[in-house]
Design a protein around this ligand. Sequence first.
Ligand code: HEM
Length: 134
Amino acid sequence: MIQRPIIPYEEIGAETLDKMLHIFYAKVAQNPILKPIFPDDFTETTRKQIQFQTQYLGGPNIYTEEHGHPMLKARHMPFKITPARAQAWLECMSEAMDEVGLEGKFREVYYKRLVLTAHHMINAPDEDEEVMEE
Ligand code: HEM
């Protein structure tokens, strides 16, 4: 029998993904090093991230349909993405994953992929390194 591949998006489900990303941005909004680079209102950011994660996890390409190719690194260029910010972003995500009860292999694989993407976004040194170079 040919089995249909398991799509991560179906495994997590739209409802949990939505909940997780709302929790995630509530944490980002409270984080002292992340907050300053985000808009005050997270509505649109959250909506885009839900669209993006939907397709990142193999669901329908709803981000690309509305916004075009993600080109994530380019879209992050206007912001200083330092190693410390990447770490903080990942910590907020890890806590959000805990709070919606993601666990096991699924969570491990998903999180590892986010670590790689987050590290790829880094485009500036940590702030104190900059001071040292001056
Ligand atoms: C490494 C740490 C990261 C930081 C500090 C960061 C920060 C930001 C900021 C400031 C924005 C703009 C928000 C706005 O103006 O609405 C943004 C947008 C976005 N980020 Fe990140 N980000 C990080 C990593 C990631 C990762 C790992 C992903 C995907 C897995 C991601 C996906 C997105 C998406 C899809 C958008 C919306 C782009 C658009 O405008 O269409 N980000 N991010």
